[in-house]
Write a protein that binds this ligand. Structure first.
Ligand SMILES: NC(=O)c1ccc[n+]([C@@H]2O[C@H](COP(=O)([O-])OP(=O)(O)OC[C@H]3O[C@@H](n4cnc5c(N)ncnc54)[C@H](O)[C@@H]3O)[C@@H](O)[C@H]2O)c1
Ligand SMILES: O=C(O)C[C@H](O)C(=O)O
Length: 311
């Protein structure tokens, strides 16, 4: 089980670290354009092995894609993160070129791989990776919903003062400050609707905090987050490599689901060894449907912007 992570920065290295100590893959290759950087990160992670007790082989390379050959999964975390005050969408100009080139390079050496796109604006970068590589839609997965859902569960756990792992909740829609949709109506505390414990006002605050979860951390840290993003990617990779068939909100190409076509957007998916094995077209109420349509319009607009950048 080999995983390549392109972009050995904050998110990429954290993801490699979590994949290693959880034994999710037997081999992880980190690749970066910065001379020696991925090599350094890999060596540092490998030196955890005797203390945390893992056997995963972690290596780093500078721009040498031949070392990534035969990867089962490739994670794209290369690109720039936002700074305080920026939106994810503002990163499109620089990250589009990077993601397109990286996706093409990895496929030269791992033609059968499944690609997990992390770079922002993630829904648009996922669409770009899909369109530029021509891969079947089950093999291109955007990671955003796993992270947003974990933030949603965290904020719910803080509001309820109960453990996050006892809370089940999901965020769908775009991975943007105004486009994500925390499904408060469906959130539960061990199967009991959270609305039995929290007022509408408290639930609205949890939803609002979730939506700006990434912006809040960017304001605090001066760059965007990495621990929860890295762990969320590892969680997704685990479901692929170990064929767990977990239901995870992922940005995937929709063909009629939720009344949308020709965009990649966050929807509940079954994730297994074939990548996206099923999209669950769950029943939304009218208010949620309206939010989803608005979110899809915003995602589509970014895809249109992409077309003018890439010409
Ligand atoms: N989808 C999500 O939920 C999510 C979460 C967190 C971060 N992100 C995004 O992930 C990306 C990475 O964030 P980060 O905090 O790790 O940034 P970072 O700056 O710490 O790391 C990015 C790395 O990419 C490398 N890189 C740049 N161009 C490259 C290329 N052509 N080939 C190989 N490597 C290249 C850089 O040298 C750097 O080491 C950003 O775009 C960020 O917005 C997305
Ligand atoms: O907030 C960001 O820009 C990074 C990432 O998308 C996140 O949600 O942490």
């Amino acid at each position: 089980m080999k995983v390549t992570i392109v972009g050995a920065g904050n998110v990429g290295a954290t993801c490699a670290d979590v994949i290693s100590y959880r034994g999710i893959a037997s081999e992880v290759v980190l690749l970066d354009i910065r001379e020696g950087f991925a090599e350094g990160k890999a060596l540092d992670i490998m030196q955890c092995a005797t203390n945390t007790g893992f056997n995963t082989k972690v290596s780093g390379v500078t721009n040498d894609y031949s070392k990534t050959a035969g990867s089962d999964v490739v994670v794209i975390t290369s690109g720039i993160p936002r700074k305080p005050g920026m939106t994810r969408e503002e990163l499109i100009g620089i990250n589009a070129g990077i993601v397109k080139t990286v996706a093409e390079n990895v496929l030269k050496h791992s033609p059968d791989t499944i690609i997990v796109v992390v770079s922002n604006p993630m829904d648009t970068m996922t669409y770009l990776a899909l369109k530029s590589t021509g891969l079947p839609k089950n093999r291109i997965i955007g990671m955003g919903g796993a992270l947003d859902s974990s933030r949603f569960r965290t904020y719910l756990s803080l509001a309820l003062d109960k453990p996050a792992n006892d809370i089940s909740a999901m965020v769908i829609g775009g991975h943007g400050d105004t486009t994500m949709i925390p499904l408060t109506r469906l959130a539960s505390y061990n199967g009991i609707p959270v609305s039995q414990f929290l007022s509408e006002e408290e639930l609205q605050k949890v939803a609002a905090d979730t939506m700006v979860g990434g912006a809040t951390l960017t304001g605090l840290l001066g760059t965007s987050a990495w621990y929860a993003p890295g762990a969320s990617v590892a969680f997704l990779v685990d479901s692929i490599l170990n064929d767990q068939k977990k239901m995870i909100a992922c940005s995937v190409f929709v063909e009629g689901e939720y009344g949308q076509n020709d965009i990649c957007i966050g929807v509940p998916c079954i994730i297994g060894k074939n990548g996206v094995e099923e999209i669950l077209d769950i029943k939304l109420n009218d208010a949620e449907k309206a939010l989803f349509a608005k979110s899809a319009d915003a995602v589509r607009q970014m895809n249109d912007a992409l077309k003018s950048i890439l010409v």
